[in-house]
Design a protein around this ligand. Sequence first.
Ligand code: KG4
Ligand code: ZN
Length: 329
Amino acid sequence: MLILGVDTSCDDTSASLLRADGTDIEVLSNIVSSQSEIHTKYGGIVPELASRSHMEMIWPVVKEALGGHGIEEVDAAAVCMGPGLIGSLLVGCSFIKAMCYARDIPLVAVNHLEGHLLSAFLTGTKPEFPFLTLIVSGGHTSLYKVNGYCDYEEIGRTRDDAAGEAYDKVAKLLDLGYPGGPVIDNLAAKGDPKVAGLPRPYLPDSMDFSFSGLKTAVRLMHEKRGDLSNEDMAAGFQASVVDVLVRKVKRAIKEFGVSRVSITGGVAANSELRKRMAAMCKGLKADFYLPPLEYCTDNAAMIALAGYHRYQKGEIASMELNPKAHMHL
Ligand code: KG4
Ligand code: ZN
């Protein structure tokens, strides 16, 4: 069947057309229109500007995703209903609801986190169940045990800032622009992680994460040590984030006896995290699944895929569907 997926949860307008038949998945298109240029001068996302830009881009992006296919060929339309920025979510949900109503297409509501969680299935080598997934993005840092489609166990989550949020806030503090992740990633490669000597928020008694204290430690260090280069500060901050993420996943592999791991979300694009997580998995003889960058950051192919599995379970949404800013899986 052909599934159209749409994601407008944050600052990317995305639409995708997916052909799915059991475990046979083919991404026919995955169009992403980024708003980074709009938000960079503010050092973070301005929600009102985000929803206005989604309104301008939603139809061009959906049209491009459909390619040569007509709307009448679409068997179901999946839309991200949350979590995310409510104004942004409303644009995607309203658009898809109108389309489904007008063309009598089944509507499927998708949790953004489920999309990220299933993104490892969008590529050639698909993990077997159960596997562990670390979702690390601007809005989320959560670790799940994935037992099967639609069967997820949350093992840990951030108690405050998401890892990507910490990257963005540290970049704002150092005046490096938005999004902060890629800039800090590049600077860190040229710095010495030991110079700043930042703490590691391990939370040893828990599988949860916490990054807001680390962000404060960077601010205090920045105030105290004006002589520290951005490269050394970036390297110190990144080493701390990556150490914590890798150590928690390592612990989960041992505690849950699951030796398959995937990471996803924008921070999964981080060069140090990819390298360190791969090395840790190799050391434990665990299989490591890393979706390509286009499926790590926000994209609608993952929404279409999650929508396909919800559709298979008969979960059709009504026209009363309303997006939600806060949702768990
Ligand atoms: O998954 P995503 O595109 O959107 C959300 O669902 O939040 O993730 C965006 C986040 C931003 O915080 C951005 O700074 C971070 O991912 N990011 C990175 C890198 N590339 C993007 N963080 C660290 N290193 C990177 N290379
Ligand atoms: Zn996301």
